[in-house]
Design a protein around this ligand. Structure first.
Ligand SMILES: [Fe+2]
Ligand SMILES: [Fe+2]
Length: 191
């Protein structure tokens, strides 16, 4: 049984006020999206709430946690360190929060990059993280509406925006993000 009061306390102690508020908002949107798409509401809310539980940890801790839960901390992840808080958060969720549900854990693991053939829960957390109320970028209102019309189209749109942003900044693309987009493009062109 997950101890929610312990989780809230942990988040308050380990996250800034802004990140804590962001986590609550992602939990809230994940709950609404799960209701809309007939997913497990409790799991979605919990996954949204804890998806960034390691986001403000020191780099050395992120590497250690990610390794402990079997994530390959390879050259690609050294070059794109912002992806590490996904798998590192999985470690905290397993060891401190006692969460073993793979649907929740994989949605946290892949919330930064996405991946090929994502589950509905993974898409809900990815999109919830993208459209929560504090996010501001051109086109966000359209994406917020799209999230309730077609989750795959919303995912493709969010991935396009992320990839374009990274290209403009001349930053590396993680292979999982490219795979996530290619998978969706492939599916859309087969319809
Ligand atoms: Fe994150
Ligand atoms: Fe987040």
């Amino acid at each position: 049984m997950v101890d929610l009061s312990y989780i809230y306390e942990y988040l308050k102690r380990h996250l800034s006020y802004e990140r804590y508020a962001h986590s609550m908002e992602v939990g809230h949107i994940a709950e609404k999206l799960a209701k809309h798409y007939g997913c497990d509401i409790g799991k979605a809310k919990l996954a949204g709430l804890i998806h960034d539980c390691c986001k403000e940890e020191k780099y050395e801790n992120l590497v250690g946690y990610a390794k402990k839960c079997g994530f390959p901390v390879d050259e690609e992840s050294y070059k794109i360190p912002e992806i590490l808080h996904g798998p590192a958060s999985v470690y905290i969720c397993r060891t401190l929060f006692g969460i073993e549900d793979e649907d929740i854990l994989s949605s946290i693991r892949y919330h930064v990059t996405g991946r090929e053939n994502m589950s509905i829960m993974e898409k809900i957390i990815f999109i919830g993280d993208y459209i929560e109320p504090s996010r501001k970028f051109e086109g966000i209102e359209g994406l917020r509406a799209l999230a309730y019309e077609n989750l795959d189209t919303a995912m493709l749109c969010a991935l396009d925006l992320s990839i374009l942003y990274l290209i403009k900044k001349r930053r590396l693309l993680h292979h999982d993000t490219v795979d996530a987009r290619n998978f969706l493009i492939d599916r859309f062109t087969q319809i």
